[in-house]
Design a binder for this molecule. Structure first.
Ligand SMILES: Nc1ncnc2c1ncn2[C@@H]1O[C@H](COP(=O)(O)OP(=O)(O)OP(=O)(O)O)[C@@H](O)[C@H]1O
Length: 248
């Protein structure tokens, strides 16, 4: 569903991503690990097409189409959606009005808003004065309203209290499983996701297929995400860099 080939990106003339290769098949959820400043958020922002992320080499193929130079709007229309780390305040835009514009099914959106206690935010300007956890819930609600085929999730659990993480994780899982008409417990032709996580807490609620470690703008290795998380917790990212150097 998503194919990233040799993606090299500059921000303000500084090279942030260097020849990134990464794939996410339809129905799969892949995970991106990496130390602070590695370029994980930059990768997601580039995939969504935000300005300031200049692709100087490589390509992004989504649903078989080259989207490398498409606008954010066109990518969203094609079924790509994002939950960013620091979404902007939207002064003058009420949450309800925004949901009403992007919602494919307002009934579903309102049901989720009830579940995650966001109805009382309908009359507030989007993100203005929201707490960290409230921003995450608002973002999740907007993403659910859009109901994209491909979810880019940037540290969805960060800033969320321990009790609410379960609800957030289950909601994300529900979103990934939504509209899946396959029999059996796993739908390999449904929605896909690329998730950034430091703690791995969200992985307790979703099926993660493949993990990637990004260090200094480069993919160092890939593998079983749970095993990778255990190794990162035990050995940190230093071992990963050494391992890559040894392979070279
Ligand atoms: N607008 C910008 N101007 C200059 N440098 C930027 C800009 N945006 C990002 N960077 C730099 O790009 C690098 C990668 O940032 P990015 O946010 O992608 O890291 P990250 O892997 O998501 O880190 P974290 O885990 O801390 O969220 C950092 O060194 C950051 O300072």
């Amino acid at each position: 569903m998503l194919e990233i080939n040799n993606l090299t990106v500059e921000i303000g003339g500084r090279r942030i991503l260097k020849g990134v290769d990464l794939n996410v098949e339809a129905g799969y959820t892949n995970v991106l690990f990496g130390p602070n400043g590695a370029g994980k958020s930059a990768l997601l922002m580039t995939l969504m097409g935000f300005s300031g992320y200049n692709v100087v080499e490589g390509e992004i193929i989504f649903k078989g189409e080259d989207i490398t130079h498409m606008s954010v709007y066109e990518r969203a229309q094609m079924g790509m959606g994002i939950m960013t780390q620091r979404p902007p305040n939207m002064s003058g835009v009420k949450l309800y009005d925004l949901l009403n514009v992007i919602s494919k099914d307002m009934k579903d959106t309102e049901a989720l808003a009830e579940t995650i206690d966001m109805v009382r935010f309908y009359d507030r300007d989007v993100n203005v004065g929201f707490s960290g956890g409230e921003i995450k819930r608002s973002e999740l609600l907007q993403l659910s309203a859009q109901n994209p085929d491909f979810l880019l999730l940037d540290e969805p659990e960060s800033g969320v209290d321990l009790v609410s993480i379960e609800q957030l994780g289950k909601t994300i899982n529900g979103l990934l499983q939504k509209d899946c008409k396959c029999a059996g417990d796993r739908c390999k032709h449904g929605k896909s996701a690329l998730v950034i996580t430091h703690t791995g807490q969200v992985l307790d609620y979703i099926e993660a297929d493949r993990g990637y470690i990004l260090c200094n703008g480069t993919v160092m290795c890939s593998g079983n995400p749970r095993e990778m998380l255990t190794e990162i917790k035990e050995q940190g990212y230093e071992e990963c860099i050494k391992c890559k150097l040894m392979k070279i």
